[in-house]
Design a protein around this ligand. Structure first.
Ligand SMILES: Nc1nc2c(ncn2[C@@H]2O[C@H](COP(=O)(O)OP(=O)(O)OP(=O)(O)O)[C@@H](O)[C@H]2O)c(=O)[nH]1
Ligand SMILES: [Mg+2]
Length: 270
């Protein structure tokens, strides 16, 4: 493949204070042959999220008149990325907790042809400020996914993920409330190769978290059960789909710098 379009999509609900910082931190030119565009799914925000995204240089903004839920926003982001011609999709939260500067690290396993679905993993990387109850909740839901899939996962609730085009096409999100667990169960059971790369994470200092524990459990657990009850049909995966032509990746400016977790990663602006 010669050129690839990466659509970075951000689900955003009332994130006027942080959406612009995330958009500005998305690397646009890190490798020849890769074009990056930013898509914001503005999920019924009642603040200035849309204006802030436009001012920060979002290429595409899709605004819902009313809030539909994070699962719906991510599903829409995946479909819209495909419609816009994405070869690869990257989802990142709009609350500036995840390091947009590390998007190239997430792309590396897909561009290498070794994975189709990549998490930015907080537990393999660095975490600043996560409360104990949040950490325990993350462990519990991740363990559940490990048991259901019979494989090791480190960070099953990550808000930073990359998808091959086939993963975008085949990934199903079975409820509107959330996507994190059901999407992984769906893609892995269909045979998509999951990889996790370490990222640097900082709990938000602006805006507010939407997570309410009781509602989360009540929505997520039944959706996971529904997902597991569905038969999963294996997808024939094209492992070479995103491997770039040799003449495009010159050793001096190609994949060399990607995925190197020791290199200096730009601090997330807070
Ligand atoms: N929860 C929620 N988030 C939404 C919705 N629509 C879009 N989002 C965005 O989804 C992202 C994740 O939301 P957060 O509330 O930060 O959820 P989280 O990161 O899982 O939880 P925290 O650890 O508390 O930050 C943010 O970018 C939100 O703006 C929605 O209806 N509900
Ligand atoms: Mg968050």
């Amino acid at each position: 493949m010669k050129q690839q379009k990466v659509i970075v999509f951000l689900p955003a609900h009332n994130e006027e204070l942080s959406v612009g910082e995330v958009i500005r931190a998305v690397p646009r030119h890190f490798m020849p042959g890769i074009r990056v565009e930013v898509l914001v799914i503005n999920d019924g925000s009642t603040d200035r999220t849309e204006e802030a995204a436009r001012e920060a240089g979002a290429d595409h903004i899709l605004s819902f008149p009313a809030n539909r839920g994070l699962g719906n926003a991510v599903r829409t982001g995946m479909r819209e990325a495909l419609r816009l011609g994405a070869d690869i999709g990257v989802m990142i939260d709009a609350d500036n907790e995840y390091p947009a500067g590390q998007i190239p690290d997430l792309l590396k396993p897909i561009l290498d042809g070794t994975a189709d679905y990549v998490f930015g993993s907080r537990f393999k990387g660095q975490i600043h400020g996560m409360k104990l109850h949040r950490r325990l909740g993350n462990y519990a839901f991740t363990l559940l996914q490990c048991l259901l899939l019979r494989r090791w996962i480190r960070d099953g609730q990550s808000g930073m993920r990359a998808f091959s085009r086939q993963a975008l096409q085949h990934g199903e999100i079975r409820h509107d409330y959330n996507y994190a667990q059901v999407l992984t169960l769906n893609l892995v059971r269909k045979g998509f190769r999951l990889a996790e790369v370490p990222i640097r994470y900082r709990v938000r200092t602006k805006g507010q978290s939407f997570i309410k524990f009781r509602a989360y459990f009540k929505a997520v657990l039944p959706a996971m059960i529904r997902e597991m009850r569905q038969p999963a049909h294996k997808v024939r995966i094209d492992k070479q789909a995103h491997v770039m032509d040799r003449e495009i990746i010159r050793p001096e400016d190609g994949l060399k710098g990607l995925g190197d977790s020791d290199r200096e990663i730009p601090e997330v602006a807070l």
